[in-house]
Design a protein around this ligand. Structure first.
Ligand code: PHE
Length: 450
């Protein structure tokens, strides 16, 4: 059905997939999360392991997950059911689809709170409030936001409402158009910040922190965090890319388009790192300051550049758009499943999933203030949800996708879907052996520190 529509306009269909998939991949993960994780995990060595995970595990898996989606052409749970039937395998495989739907829920619950932070910063930038802000004031301003459950509550609610309104209408053409200017816009803003970083005193130190690996600073847990971040940032292991793959016309090359998306995703994360660490070192800040890193560094840069309040506004608007397009991908598997299998309208499905996510998100809102003392194993609510999803559920989902695509789906099927020629056997080797073994090894080596 989708094919028919796309057949008339083949170029735009490939572009549509690339836009949707990069909309899902590029988000808070690249700009908010990657820099603070790199900062907390020692810099260069973490970045090196991250890049290795993207290339050796992420790209083959992205190809696999997209392929499963295109073959199954439904929501992740039904896709897994159809494909197991086709391969005459055990229907138990469809639980992988469930795992994905659940991961999306949990991630979106806190994602929305952080997106709320970036909405607050749109206004702070625009008001000129950040002009020539010092490092101390930037920290204080962010601290005030973190300690206010009320403000975070309001913006979390607004963000979830916007997301669910868009999702209930179906992933629309308007959104596609937004992505079309959002991505180049985000790149330009990051390049502007990189230009500023180059002229700052901390540039040399920032670059060597980010790109000079010191493997003695890398723990087993850091390796797991790098792997989890690769899954998170590429949007793998939870059925999001499977859904987008299901709208992909059969003539589009999956390996080529997914590799392009993975490349752009990684580029954006690295450009964000290059913008942020010079500011950290030029202002004697700590790279290990955690989730507040971008909010305490970027305002300093915008505050000093000419036209900074305008560029700052633009940056946070683009970040908000990038967050919206990722949020939609996070919740789409659940909404698609509810409306296709549970006989709900799309509106009802969006409402139910949205309200559940919103409720869970309150736990994250309170993690930074009233519940900050409530920790389990040294982690607050937000950190537990984040750790569980990025470092456990997504990699587990990924292993299942790899095993399923590599061992269960028939070779004729994957060969025909991928049309990779001689490169097929490398993909098959990666997906059959490298991805599952690497993920299992990393997880095992981290267990004693987890
Ligand atoms: N990749 C998104 C980001 O980096 C988050 C996401 C994760 C989206 C999983 C979809 C699926 O912000």
């Amino acid at each position: 059905m989708t094919d028919q529509r796309f057949l008339h306009n083949q170029w735009s269909s490939r572009l549509a997939f690339i836009l949707a998939a990069s909309g899902s991949a590029i988000g808070l993960g690249n700009i908010w999360k990657f820099p603070y994780l790199a900062g907390e995990n020692g810099g260069g060595a973490f970045v090196a392991v991250y890049l290795l995970c993207v290339i050796a595990i992420g790209i083959p898996l992205m190809i696999a997950e997209t392929m499963l989606g295109r073959r199954g052409r439904q929501n992740p749970i039904n896709t897994m059911l159809t494909l197991t039937r086709e391969a005459k395998a055990s229907p138990a495989w469809h639980y992988a689809g469930w795992l994905g739907v659940l991961s999306g829920f949990l991630i979106l619950s806190y994602y929305s709170v952080i997106a709320g932070w970036s909405m607050v910063y749109m206004f702070k930038m625009n008001s000129g409030f950040m002009n020539n802000v010092s490092a101390e004031s930037a920290s204080r301003i962010f601290g005030d936001l973190k300690s206010s459950p009320e403000i975070q509550f309001i913006w979390h609610t607004i963000f979830m409402t916007i997301t669910m309104t868009i999702v209930s209408r179906g992933v629309s053409g308007g959104l596609e158009r937004a992505t079309r200017f959002m991505m180049p816009g985000l790149l330009v803003m990051l390049l502007l910040l990189d230009g500023y970083a180059m002229s700052s005193d901390g540039f040399g130190e920032g670059i060597s922190f980010l790109f000079k690996p010191d493997f003695s600073r890398l723990s087993g847990e850091s390796v797991l965090v790098a792997l989890g971040q690769a899954f998170f940032s590429l949007g793998l292991g939870m059925g999001a890319i499977m859904i987008y793959g299901s709208y992909l016309p059969s003539h589009v090359s999956i390996p080529r388009s997914t590799t392009f998306v993975a490349f752009m995703d990684t580029l954006v994360a690295l450009l964000a790192g290059v913008a942020i660490f010079p500011i950290v070192f030029a202002n004697q800040l700590e790279p290990t300051m955690g989730p507040g890193l971008i909010f305490q560094t970027l305002p300093i840069a915008f505050g000093q550049m000419p036209g900074g309040s305008f560029f700052g506004l633009l940056f946070f608007v683009l970040l908000f758009l990038a967050a919206i397009t990722s949020a939609i991908a996070l919740i789409e598997p659940a909404v698609a499943w509810l409306s296709e299998n549970r006989d709900m309208t799309r509106e009802a499905a969006s409402l139910w999933s949205g309200v559940t996510c919103w409720l869970l998100g309150l736990g994250t809102v309170f993690s930074f203030n009233v519940w900050s003392e409530n920790t389990w194993f040294g982690k607050n609510f937000f950190e537990i949800v984040d750790f569980l999803t990025a470092n456990f559920m997504l990699p587990l989902g990924g292993i299942l996708v790899a095993l399923f695509a590599g061992w269960i789906v028939m070779r004729e099927v994957s060969e025909a879907e991928l049309e990779m020629g001689a490169a097929y056997k490398y993909w098959q080797f990666a997906i059959r052996y490298i991805s599952p073994l690497a993920v299992a090894l990393v997880a095992l080596s981290a267990i004693d520190v987890v």
